[in-house]
Ligand binder design. Sequence first.
Ligand SMILES: NC(=O)c1ccc[n+]([C@@H]2O[C@H](COP(=O)([O-])OP(=O)(O)OC[C@H]3O[C@@H](n4cnc5c(N)ncnc54)[C@H](OP(=O)(O)O)[C@@H]3O)[C@@H](O)[C@H]2O)c1
Length: 375
Amino acid sequence: MKMGHGSNPQPLRSEIGTSRPAMAKVGMARLAVTPQVTVSSPFRLWARINASGTAMMLAATTTAAERTTVSHSEVRMPPSPVQYSALNYKDALAAQGHPGVALALPLVPGIDAVGKVIESGNPLVSVGHEVIVSGADFGTRSWGGWATRAQVPAAWCIPIPSGLSGRETAILGTAGFTAAQSVEYLQRHGVAPDDGPVVVTGATGGVGIFAVRLLSKFGYHAVAVTGKPQRAEWLREHGASEVLSREDVDDPSGRPLLSAKWAGGIDTVGGNPLATVLRTTRPGGCVTACGLVAGHELSLTVYPFILRGVCLQGIDSANASREYRIRLWEKLGSEFKLDDIESLATETGLSDIEESVQQILQGKIAGRTLVDVRR
Ligand SMILES: NC(=O)c1ccc[n+]([C@@H]2O[C@H](COP(=O)([O-])OP(=O)(O)OC[C@H]3O[C@@H](n4cnc5c(N)ncnc54)[C@H](OP(=O)(O)O)[C@@H]3O)[C@@H](O)[C@H]2O)c1
């Protein structure tokens, strides 16, 4: 549902909440209010309004005529057949206007984007270079990748690694980067394949499946935990040595320590599953934590830490430095390079993204969802 008129270089006043047919597609019917939003940008807007009546852009497009002056620190990516965004769990939260993720409204979600630079006022990035933008404020405070163009600080642009195509880089995106961070932390902590099994929660999710693939590549016994029993075979095909149900790693007893099983863990869900993994990790083991789909609270005692020396390593991909990003992306294209990355991708367009958002929020998606911003 395109709102407003994109060729108008003046601040645009869009009426959101009229009875255009496409609105029903994004759940507008339940709204009682007809608010307006004033947008001082040259973007055409796609909008949805959440239950509280907050206007939020789901996507934006521009035309060449709408380009504004590029400041010294910014670069632009063009509407290009090689530009991709993706659907991360965080994007789904942003699309819901989650106050912890959508830090400024209105917002174009999309924490990942891949494209070619068409303008740059900064020597860090050259016109024509293919780059990935992810992390920092992209898609949370600043407008993100669910658009045909993005205008971002040059420091946010990371060159596509030499060993990967732009499309492969987009499929990996924040999920692949976070999985690589997690595996690298376990390696640095000294967790070796011979030490015992490494458990991965939320294993069919974006971070989870790349973690399973990477652990398998390096010879670890990867134990995939999933709420999708129908995906057990798929997980094995992607390198899981064992598949467990969510209930197997969600101990309700509250006992401070449980039988020690894991040499390490990559937790993508938080909450009691993370607490359970920590209580079942072997002495000297390490567990990484990046997610919260099962809960943001962590209820446990200090015993895993003081009686078993377990290490809990937090993962924060969004605030990784530019140097760190360049190094890890290069690694994802070389030492950490996975075969057949394409097999993990499905695609959606902006026109049907609402359905995919609901699916990822309900934990129904397996693998990675690329967003084709041209449809
Ligand atoms: N800290 C960081 O830098 C960082 C970076 C990237 C992602 N994250 C976070 O990591 C998490 C995973 O991200 P993602 O993009 O991989 O998400 P995703 O693709 O939606 O994967 C999440 C997976 O978690 C499992 N799951 C869903 N609901 C669950 C529930 N209620 N209880 C237990 N498991 C559940 C599902 O896998 P199964 O059906 O296989 O169990 C789901 O596929 C999210 O919380 C995200 O915000 C953090």
